[in-house]
Design a protein around this ligand. Structure first.
Ligand code: 5AD
Ligand code: SF4
Length: 473
């Protein structure tokens, strides 16, 4: 008789890299008998995969830890055995053993570079009753030490190709929590991609804190750029869509820009954080580029791919930001016209240079600026979505909607689309006519037979065998 599986609950905070890491932690714990579950109630192990990027994300971890302690107590009181509590991710890395001092019921603390050691750490925690901490940055590639990913469940998957950052923007904790910039070998990325595609994945999002700085060793022994890696991935039969996130303007190389013009599997969506529109603030952020340089990159990308959906990240209220600096951010947004964006109030992070700056901006000023910026970005997003109405776009369906028979999918431009009476199209890439749009999503219908709607983008499927799948049924 095989032993019953132990229940593993992982809560993921923060970025897509953490989402990816959580799946890999589940993979690494599967061989020692753990099975992922959706609730901490009665779980044998809980992992909080945490985010340290802003204060709010960190506070959430501490409040959730209190709730996990209650689950642990309930389980032990019920005579149902021990619940291990682990804190992983960037709060684990940044706060280390301090977490155990503040929350002594935590058994394991580990940083993002130590996931392959989890099985040993779990055994140690059972043996010693907790107190296991590993915050090392190993020389060895952590990815080499992880098992092959388990079978993917959906059509869309993340694949980490690069980790860490050497840019040291003065507001950012990433270089401290994720360590130095590191690129995986191209061969390893290609074989992981092939395994995912064999399991049914049609869309891959390549991940890295600075993904366009990718320079992994290729099978020819030379360093490959991200563009080269994407070109090789695009040859994989059955892989239909490739995305990458997130990028730094300084690493937007000529070959990557050019690729947006001719590689049909590379989706017309680009998240290129600018953070601020004032070159003075950019300098103090140590971003290594001016507002004008950013605009010129955008122009070059649009020259090769005019319909590309542009996204960015913004910080308002960076120390010393004046009204004029903030207005420069608003002006940059007006100039570019974004399809979607992320914006945040500056958050002082311990250990980063900007945190000690004397000219911190008042919280209410930050709030006012954030509302103005988000108002403008939301209007731009709504306008971008409205422009899709009346067009035919390709949608990859991978989620059921709220209503019977309704599906939710994503366009090439990463917009969410709701379509009714579409249950038979789950997991397929289908042409959809967009009939309506609101700020956050689109509504569409299947094209009527023989109807002729102008396409926004005509994909070239010559290299793929998926013609039947495209039209479903
Ligand atoms: N305060 C606010 N936002 C931040 N970000 C990074 N560090 C901070 C901080 N200290 C934002 C940046 C980055 C995104 C992932 O988070 O916009 O691009
Ligand atoms: Fe942080 Fe990105 Fe700057 Fe690196 S490039 S320090 S991850 S904001």
């Amino acid at each position: 008789m095989t032993a019953p599986k132990k229940k593993l609950y992982i809560k993921t905070y923060g970025c897509q890299m953490n989402v990816y890491d959580s799946t890999r932690m589940a993979d690494v714990l599967a061989p020692i008998g753990f099975e992922a579950v959706d609730s901490p109630n009665g779980a044998d192990m809980v992992i909080l995969n945490t985010c340290h990027i802003r204060e709010k994300a960190e506070e959430k971890v501490y409040s959730d830890l209190g709730r996990m302690r209650n689950h642990k107590r309930d389980k032990e009181k019920a005579g149902d055995g021990k619940m291990l509590i682990a804190v992983g991710g960037c709060v684990g890395q940044a706060e280390g053993a301090e977490i155990m001092r503040q929350a002594p019921y935590v058994d394991i603390v580990l940083g993002p570079q130590s996931y392959h050691k989890l099985p040993d750490m779990v055994q140690m925690a059972y043996r010693d009753g907790g107190g296991v901490v590993d915050l090392s940055f190993p020389e060895l590639d952590k990815f080499d030490n992880l098992p092959a990913p388990s079978a993917a469940t959906g059509r869309s998957a993340f694949l980490a190709v690069q980790e860490g950052c050497d840019k040291f923007c003065t507001f950012c904790v990433v270089p401290y929590t994720r360590g130095a910039e590191y690129s995986r070998r191209a061969d390893d990325v290609l074989s992981e991609a092939k395994a995912l595609v064999a399991a049914g994945v049609m869309e891959l999002t390549l991940l890295g804190q600075n993904v366009n700085a990718y320079h992994g060793v290729g099978p020819d022994g030379k360093d490959w750029s991200l563009a080269r890696l994407i070109s090789a991935l695009a040859k994989i039969h059955g892989l239909e869509r490739i995305r990458y996130t997130t990028s730094h303007p300084r690493d937007m190389s000529d070959d990557l820009i050019a690729l947006h013009g001719y590689e049909k599997k590379l989706m017309p969506y680009l998240n290129l954080p600018v953070q601020a529109g004032s070159s003075n603030i950019l300098k103090r952020m140590n971003r290594k580029h001016t507002a004008e340089e950013y605009l010129s990159i955008i122009e070059r990308v649009r020259a090769v791919r005019p319909d590309i959906a542009l996204s960015s990240d913004f910080i308002v209220g960076f120390p010393g930001e004046t009204d004029a600096d903030f207005n420069a951010t608003m002006a940059l947004v007006e100039t570019v016209g974004f399809a979607q964006a992320f914006s945040f109030k500056y958050s002082q992070r311990p250990g980063t240079p900007a945190a000690d700056h004397a000219a911190q901006v008042d919280e209410d000023v930050k709030q006012t600026r954030l509302e103005l910026l988000q108002g403008l970005l939301n209007r731009q997003q709504a306008a971008f979505n409205r422009r899709t109405v009346g067009k035919r776009v390709q949608v990859l369906f991978d989620k059921p909607g709220r209503f019977e028979g309704q599906l939710i999918g994503k366009t090439e431009y990463l917009q969410s689309v709701h379509v009714k009476n579409a249950a038979h199209l789950m997991g397929q890439l289908v042409d959809i006519d967009i009939t309506d749009a609101n700020n956050a999503s689109l509504t569409g219908v299947l094209p009527e037979q023989g109807s002729d709607v102008p396409q926004t983008y005509i994909p070239d499927h010559k290299t793929t065998p998926s013609e039947e799948r495209l039209h479903g049924v």
